[in-house]
Design a protein around this ligand. Structure first.
Ligand code: GAP
Length: 439
């Protein structure tokens, strides 16, 4: 592992097309970030790996993809209208706003340096409001969902009937959530628009402890599969006063970011809070009848929640390495290499003809097109081969394939491994099976 500052990471992300400021030609839009060509591949790979691990590889899980804007009554029932707030203070001098629980109210304002200028803390609701339809009046007010979770509760009866699952089972969803954060920042760590991967796992209340422990272990296992160093992770039991309004027990997974130890994921025991609230507010029957014992009850819920953007951030921070590497003329230089787990790497293979000559590109280009049918493949014929290797290292491509003049005689190419930098000669005819077993 190498130490990396956020400035370095943000610069690399911008220069290589992982993540850059949104709407930049108009001066940007506070704390909005766009995922570029490599960022979207990395993000999709994370989401696909998550979906495969937690949904399609399991018999006890189903997925949904619900609307972003739900009936506003959902948010009254869930408690978000009255409880989803942060304490807001404003400096009376410069009007800078802060979260009261994140600063020392007796200290000077960080922006203007004045002391004793903060207003009293006021509760600020974090939900992003909008109007649905042509009339902008109270009857048209709606909210962009602040968590993906609620659709899994609201759709519970439909899913139960159509999927024929029995408790314990889970519902998963990946999608955007919106929060009017008072202090967004630290790159993609805290933004107002972000993505979540959430599971609501429905259980019998007598089994809560067992399932809670199981899902904490699953979160740890997932992070190991993402290449995140266990030594940079902390599991923090959240005291009652700091827990969300729906939670009886919460353990946060925290990570050592360059800006300090902060939350990465959450795990909450939501009890029957949500289903019971929706029963009360909607009048629908959200009970489950055990087919063996005939017991009728509102299932309890264990909720492991994973932020997509924070996952991508810790995957990048964990993959980043600076190390000594030999140059073509026998010197040593520092190379930056993103050692992603191969299944997450945005580009899997780069095909690099040694020169731009037609005789090489006429072999290399069709080869790249053929490989691209199965793996994300880059084709690059500009600059020296050394510079092209460095570029591929910096975006974390596990394999480079060099087509050289010997290829024309032996129908073989040189395959270079990103991490060991070792090279081996592989017959073109064997290349697909080589990558099928290595990727
Ligand atoms: N359904 C439960 C829930 O939403 P949360 O702790 O408020 O719990 C879950 O959010 C996860 O979503 C967090 O652990 C984090 O990974 C991510 N997250 C929350 N707020 C975020 C923000 N403003 N920007 C980026 N990610 C965020």
């Amino acid at each position: 592992m190498s130490d990396i500052t956020m400035d370095k990471l943000v610069a690399l992300c911008k220069n290589r097309g992982f993540v850059f400021p949104g709407s930049e030609i108009y001066g940007g839009m506070a704390n909005s970030w766009d995922y570029g060509p490599l960022g979207v591949e990395l993000k999709n790979n994370i989401k696909q790996a998550w979906w495969k691990k937690f949904v399609t590889s399991r018999l006890d899980m189903v997925g949904i993809d619900a609307a972003l804007v739900m009936n506003p009554k959902v948010w009254e029932a869930s408690g978000h209208v009255s409880n989803f707030t942060d304490p807001l203070v404003e400096c009376k001098q410069c009007h800078e706003r802060y979260r009261a629980d994140q600063i020392d109210l007796k200290a000077a304002c960080q922006k203007c340096g004045n002391k004793g200028t903060f207003t009293d803390p006021a509760s600020f609701n974090l939900m992003v409001k909008t109007w649905i339809g042509p009339k902008e009046d109270a009857s048209a007010v709606a909210y962009f969902r602040p968590e993906t979770a609620q659709a899994m509760f609201v759709d519970f009866p439909q899913i139960l009937i159509t999927s024929r699952k029995r408790v314990p089972f889970g519902i998963a969803q990946i999608g955007k959530a919106f929060r009017n954060e008072i202090t967004p920042g630290n790159f993609i760590f805290r933004t107002r628009e972000f993505e979540q991967m959430e599971i609501e796992y429905f259980i019998h209340p007598s089994e809560a402890d067992k399932h809670f422990d199981y899902w904490l272990a699953q979160q740890k296992e997932w992070l190991a599969e993402c290449g995140v160093d266990e030594k940079r992770l902390h599991y923090v039991e959240i005291p009652e006063a700091d827990r969300a309004h729906y939670s009886k027990r919460s353990v946060d997974t925290e990570f050592d970011y360059p800006f300090g130890q902060k939350e990465l994921y959450g795990l909450a025991y939501r009890t029957d809070f949500d289903l019971s609230q929706h029963e009360k507010h909607s009048g629908a029957n959200l009970k489950y009848t055990d087919p063996i014992t005939n017991e009728k009850y509102v299932p309890h819920v264990i909720e492991p929640t994973f932020g997509v953007d924070r996952t991508l951030l810790v995957v990048l921070l964990s993959a980043y390495h600076e190390e000594a590497a030999p140059t073509g003329d026998g010197e040593t230089e520092t190379r930056v290499v993103l050692k992603f787990p191969k299944h997450l790497a945005p580009v899997k293979i780069a095909v690099l003809p040694l020169s731009k000559k037609d005789e090489l590109s006429s072999v290399a280009r069709p080869l790249a097109e053929q490989l691209a049918m199965r793996w994300r493949t880059d084709y690059d014929e500009t600059q020296s081969i050394g510079k092209r290797y460095r570029r591929q290292d910096e975006i974390g491509t596990p394999y480079c394939v060099t087509v050289d003049f010997d290829t024309l005689n032996d129908q073989a190419v040189t395959v270079r491994d990103r991490d060991s930098m070792k090279q081996e000669r592989v017959k073109i005819a064997d290349l697909e099976s080589y990558f099928a077993s290595n990727l």
